[in-house]
Design a protein around this ligand. Structure first.
Ligand code: PMP
Length: 553
């Protein structure tokens, strides 16, 4: 399609004067000027189905979040050095969601005002669009494995469940055992996921001063600061990366599809031993509860529990990075770690927390907060915990709760997954389909027998879907996983659009000729980029599990 002069000007200016190593999605980038619910619109008014943006959690341009933040900006936006009633309110509310390893957090909600203009969710569950009134939230506080005190917004009564929840007959399996572990009782508000993880590193250093080594998951990304690049194999073993630092140990990422690295206990022991061999001691293990950049990997049931148990008994601190998978996205629980039945010492949050307003958080125990505070240095963050950010955060929690978005994610996610399973049964390149709630991945392979990663085919599929106005992305260490992580207001109608278009691309466009060309391209990219990376990961595994020292990776 032809492009406007505004498009050409924006593209030229972007290339001329904006950071050259920032990326634009797609071979021909899109100029998006408006969003609503789970749709985006370009400058020509063309509508795209957004299946990727997990920041716009309660919908693009959500009216309630915008109104809350904007009203606060018109009243006051200042830092956390003054008291304000909303900061402790938000703090307690957010903390109340964390201290439960059961799958119950934020389950039942108040009936949404979804009839009146809140119709982003196409199958009648309502959403945060339109003219929703300032609703409320009541979370259950299940600290110490009991459910007792409720945190409520003033004047908000719990009501019946939204329609979509009533329709859902079967509750998700409550597979998580009850455990009494660290209570996350202290919150810090910051501005980005990177800031939250960077703060986690500082807390670890304060609490475990002698234990300077850290273990992370293969393929993980934790942020863009210098310190976080060092703990992000996605970056240090990725394009332009400078390799692993000696104090960082990479736990080989479980690959349930290929049956590799599934033993959490063995992984923990190997990481402890690797740190000892390198002359150090492990202070912390930093890991996403469901892996995102690592390729939308759902850890095997019990994996994280075994790993946590083993590491905790060695005094290692456990950090759950929930920047991508938190806030109900996984459907069966509000937090990813709750799906694994574990209790981290530190939880970091970001992306969806403010629906795009810069806000992020770190929750930890009183003991760790005390260790961090002990030297007496003030922690100050100019925008972290600012009044407007808190207003945005409160609105997001309110909408998730009122509109039952966690359950909605579970239901729509299962619908998508069953459609994807049908595609997997039919098409050779659809190797694996997986995920929790609205956090899904499709692993694209050469063929089902070899399970060889097929990044060129994955990228081609992404481009063909874009031509059909459906936006997906690719990721994973071999960039061969199509990611689906849309705003949670994604409904059954949107799921049908996604599945229908994908099925047509596979059926009509991926002809034998096209596949032949793609396979030639696969050989090229494997030889130049992904093959060496694959060998790096394999060498790391060998080194870790054999106990051998290794050359610098
Ligand atoms: N952790 C994870 C798991 C992430 O995916 C990201 C961002 N992609 C970050 C941390 C860093 O967050 P931010 O970009 O907000 O700094």
């Amino acid at each position: 399609s032809g492009v406007s002069s505004a498009y050409s000007t924006a593209l030229a200016a972007r290339r001329r004067s904006y950071g050259p190593n920032t990326s634009l999605s797609y071979e021909q980038p899109l100029m998006i000027v408006r969003g609503h619910g789970t749709y985006l619109y370009d400058d020509q008014g063309v509508q795209y189905l957004d299946c990727i943006n997990n920041v716009s959690h309660v919908g693009h341009a959500n009216a309630e979040v915008a109104a809350s933040a904007s009203a606060q900006l018109h009243t006051l936006n200042t830092n956390s050095r003054y008291l304000h009633p909303d900061l402790p309110l938000y703090t307690e509310l957010l903390l109340s969601t964390l201290n439960s390893t059961s799958d119950k957090s934020l389950h039942s909600g108040n009936k949404g005002s979804s009839a009146g203009g809140c119709s982003d969710i196409s199958d009648g569950c309502g959403s945060g669009g339109g003219n929703c009134s300032r609703g409320g939230y009541s979370g259950s506080n299940t600290r110490r494995s009991s459910s007792s005190s409720n945190v409520t917004f003033p004047g908000i009564q719990p009501q019946s469940q939204p329609q979509c929840q009533q329709q859902q007959q079967s509750q998700p399996p409550s597979s998580s055992p009850t455990i009494s572990q660290p209570n996350l009782e202290v919150l810090y508000l910051v501005c980005s996921g990177s800031e939250a993880n960077d703060l986690a590193l500082r807390i670890i250093a304060a609490a475990r001063p002698g234990a300077t080594h850290i273990a992370v998951m293969g393929g993980a990304y934790h942020g863009h600061t210098s310190a976080l690049i060092q703990v992000s194999p996605y970056k240090f073993w990725g394009q332009g990366g400078t390799g692993r630092q000696p104090h960082v140990h990479v736990v080989p990422c479980p690959d349930p599809y290929r049956g590799d690295n599934l033993d959490g206990r063995a992984a923990a022991r190997a990481a402890l031993a690797a740190a000892a061999r390198a002359g150090g001691q492990l202070g912390a293990f930093l890991c996403e509860s469901v892996l995102s950049c690592g390729g939308q990997v759902v850890l095997p049931q019990g994996y994280l529990k075994e790993l946590y148990d083993e590491l905790r008994s060695a005094g290692v601190l456990l950090v759950a990075d929930e920047v991508q998978c938190g806030f109900g996205r996984c459907g069966r629980a509000f937090w990813g770690f709750q799906t694994q039945g574990v209790a981290p010492d530190i939880v970091t949050m970001g992306k969806p927390i403010g629906n795009g307003y810069p806000l992020a958080a770190l929750a930890t125990t009183r003991e760790l907060a005390a260790a961090f505070s002990a030297p007496g240095m003030e922690y100050f963050n100019t925008y972290g915990g600012s009044t407007a950010a808190v207003a945005a955060g409160l609105a997001v929690l309110r909408v998730i709760q009122r509109d039952g978005l966690q359950h909605h994610a579970q239901r729509v996610g299962e619908f998508i997954l069953s459609g994807l399973r049908r595609l997997r049964a039919t098409y050779e390149v659809v190797g694996d389909v997986r995920g929790l709630g609205l956090f899904l991945g499709i692993e694209i392979v050469r063929d089902k027998a070899s399970k060889r990663h097929a990044p060129a085919t994955a990228r081609w599929l992404k481009e063909r879907m874009k031509a059909r106005r459906v936006l997906l992305s690719t990721d994973g260490p071999y960039d061969n996983v199509l990611k689906i992580k849309p705003p949670l207001v994604f409904g059954i109608r949107e799921a049908e659009m996604l599945l229908g278009q994908l099925s047509e691309v596979l059926e009509r466009e991926l002809t034998a000729d096209v596949l032949h060309q793609l396979n030639q391209r696969e050989d090229e990219v494997w030889a130049s980029v992904y093959g060496p990376r694959y060998l790096q990961y394999r060498e790391n595994e060998r080194m870790l599990y054999s106990g051998l020292p290794h050359a610098r990776l």
